[in-house]
Design a protein around this ligand. Structure first.
Ligand code: CP
Length: 311
């Protein structure tokens, strides 16, 4: 593996899951990071990704520097710009400099949710890949969140009641407009993995990008989707078609006990952070079938498997 930006960078997802499981059994069993440096560059907030990636690097014996890029020099991503505005440093120099300080460069960025074309070009992460001379790991980009998705594969693999479980990705309400990255990525990884029956439930107007979500697996009937589900993965995303739009018209899409009762005693999953009482009821997220803390724990092992593969 030369970089970790999406499922396309992984030859065999089961091999990576097995590696993550091995690190979970023995966190300090392989010291591939000794005398190595990992840099984490964050353009926006994080709790889980930051902590789990730092922990994973340290358990491999690596040193870690985490930098809040949103509070640093403004970075320019356009080529040929006369930089007489707010940006102080071009990504060509920033990526070149950081490559001299580390062995793996991890980057988190978010979409603008204003300009779909620009967001889906994923310019920030792709610019770092272009100009860095070390492997780049996506800690979430404008369109994908591969470390979260690898974690979700691991969590489903650990808990599936049957070899090929039914997994439902359901849109859920939210007061703010959120990126589509986690959901795009979840669908991409579930399909690449090929070991689940995936259904996507979302209200009309909230279909994900066709490149990620084929129409055949999308329904606008949340209750019908929940029937016989083994896993329910809740996530809000803003609209792809009317790009960045959100709504309060579908607040009844909250995941509650009544809908979970339609399932095959499904596990509840969410990447966190989550708004209780909006996305999911307290009873479901605090219930015995909730896997949200196990998912957050598995972020470490997924990150450790990826960093080890690149180091
Ligand atoms: N799930 C996730 O990526 O969490 P953070 O935004 O806190 O890193």
């Amino acid at each position: 593996m030369k970089q970790f930006l999406s499922a396309d960078d992984v030859t065999n997802i089961n091999t990576l899951i097995a590696k993550a499981k091995a690190f979970k059994q023995d966190p300090f069993g392989k010291r591939s990071g000794e005398r190595k440096m990992v840099i984490n560059l964050f353009f926006n907030s994080s709790l889980r990704t930051r902590m789990s990636t730092e922990k994973a690097a340290r358990q491999l014996g690596a040193d870690v520097i985490t930098y809040d890029a949103s509070g640093g020099w403004g970075i320019e991503f356009e080529d040929g710009t006369v930089m007489n505005g707010n940006t102080a440093e071009h990504v060509r120099e920033a990526a070149g400099v950081l490559s001299q300080y580390c062995d793996v460069l991890c980057v988190r960025s978010f979409p603008s949710l204003e300009d779909r074309v620009a967001d889906y070009e994923d310019r920030i992460i792709k610019s770092f890949v272009k100009y860095a001379s070390v492997p780049v790991v996506s800690l979430e980009s404008a369109t994908l969140h591969p470390l979260q998705s690898l974690t979700d594969c691991l969590t489903i693999a650990e808990h599936r009641p049957v070899p090929r479980p039914k997994v439902v990705l359901t849109w859920a309400p939210h007061p703010r407009r959120l990126p589509q990255c986690v959901s795009n990525s979840f669908v991409q990884w579930m399909q690449a993995w090929g070991e689940v029956e995936l259904t996507i439930a979302n209200p009309p107007g909230f279909n994900l990008a066709p490149a990620f979500a084929p129409k055949e697996i999308v329904t606008h009937d949340q209750r019908a989707a929940f029937a016989d589900a083994d896993f329910v993965y809740a996530k809000n995303w803003s609209a792809y078609d009317n790009y960045g739009a959100t709504t309060n018209e579908y607040d009844d899409w909250i995941v509650d006990e009544e809908k979970m009762a339609l399932t095959n005693n499904a596990y509840f999953m969410h990447c966190l952070p989550v708004r209780r009482g909006v996305v999911v009821t307290d009873g479901v997220i605090s219930g015995e079938r909730s896997l949200v803390l196990q998912q957050a724990n598995n972020r470490t092992w997924a990150a450790q498997a990826v960093l080890d593969s690149l180091l």
